[in-house]
Write a protein that binds this ligand. Structure first.
Ligand code: NAD
Length: 259
């Protein structure tokens, strides 16, 4: 069959696999299926162990596991130097990383601390800029960067607070990066995923209520899942989306269109 995705033997960095439920893991599995090489980055040793265990079922595929703490410029620089040296060109990056202090999600928004605000921004929004900068020397012609956002970037959602502000910054950073890197044929887009039960989602206090609301209100009358987000991410990484950059694409059963 014609290779319409053109991801075979391409090198894609997947950041943010913590366990099987991670959105990034769903994407990595699909990348293996379409023949890409997957370079995983992790922050905690615990995640490294988990990723290596999960990879036991994927020994026929080319992969690597590299440490990268997005709060540290040194760690990011080291990670991308290592990846660049080992793999040569980078054809895709999946940025699926976010973090905020639990208190800043639980408390009322006006109580957000200066430190908590800066930390959420640093980890969840600036990290996309920092990663693009460190990866730039290795990014191939036609490379695609995809980040994970959420509807809380543009609407006030209960319990999302400081993370909503960080996602707004992330989406704006995505657009500025798209404008900046477009001349070099590097694309940058965001996926705005519907609510999915993951480790990160555990930090959002009203998560169950959010899931119920989506089932009731979304055009498709159901929640979206890891695989659906992964499929669209594959499209955004692939040749099929070569004319698209600077966009936020909703994979949310249509929930965002409803009043
Ligand atoms: P997850 O907890 O599985 O993934 C979050 C990842 O971020 C983890 O692997 C964690 O290790 C990593 N991370 C946090 N701080 C880091 C740091 N300093 N350096 C490196 N890595 C760090 O949860 P997920 O739901 O798969 O989240 C992935 C992305 O998807 C996040 O950006 C999240 O905001 C976004 N998202 C999630 C949902 C949802 O409902 N689950 C919806 C929309 C968007």
């Amino acid at each position: 069959m014609m290779d319409i995705l053109q991801l075979k033997d391409k090198n894609v960095v997947v950041m943010g696999v913590a366990n099987e439920r991670s959105i990034a893991w769903g994407i990595a599995k699909k990348l293996f299926e379409v023949g890409a090489n997957v370079i995983f980055t992790y922050r905690k040793e615990r995640s490294k162990g988990k990723i290596e265990k999960m990879l036991a079922d994927y020994t026929d595929y080319k992969s690597a596991v590299v440490e990268c703490d997005v709060n540290s410029d040194d760690s990011i620089a080291q990670a991308f130097e290592q990846i660049g040296t080992q793999f040569g060109a980078i054809h895709g990056i999946v940025h699926s990383v976010a973090f905020a202090h639990a208190d800043d999600l639980k408390n009322r928004f006006h109580e957000t601390s200066r430190e908590g605000y800066a930390f959420a921004q640093d980890t969840s929004a600036y990290s996309l800029v920092a990663v693009s900068k460190a990866a730039k020397p290795y990014l191939a012609d036609g490379a695609s960067i995809v980040t994970m956002s959420y509807l809380g970037a543009e609407r006030v959602l209960d319990g999302y607070n400081v993370m909503g502000v960080a996602k707004a910054a992330l989406e704006a950073a995505m657009r500025y990066l798209a404008a900046d890197l477009g001349a070099e044929n590097i694309r940058v887009n965001a996926i705005s995923a519907g609510a999915i039960r993951t480790l990160a989602a555990k930090g959002v206090p009203s998560f169950n209520q959010i899931l119920r609301q989506i089932e009731e209100k979304a055009p498709l009358k159901r929640n979206t899942n890891q695989e659906e987000v992964a499929d669209m991410t594959i499209v955004m990484l692939s040749h099929l989306s070569r004319g698209v950059t600077g966009e936020t694409i909703y994979i949310d059963s249509g929930y965002n269109i409803m009043g």
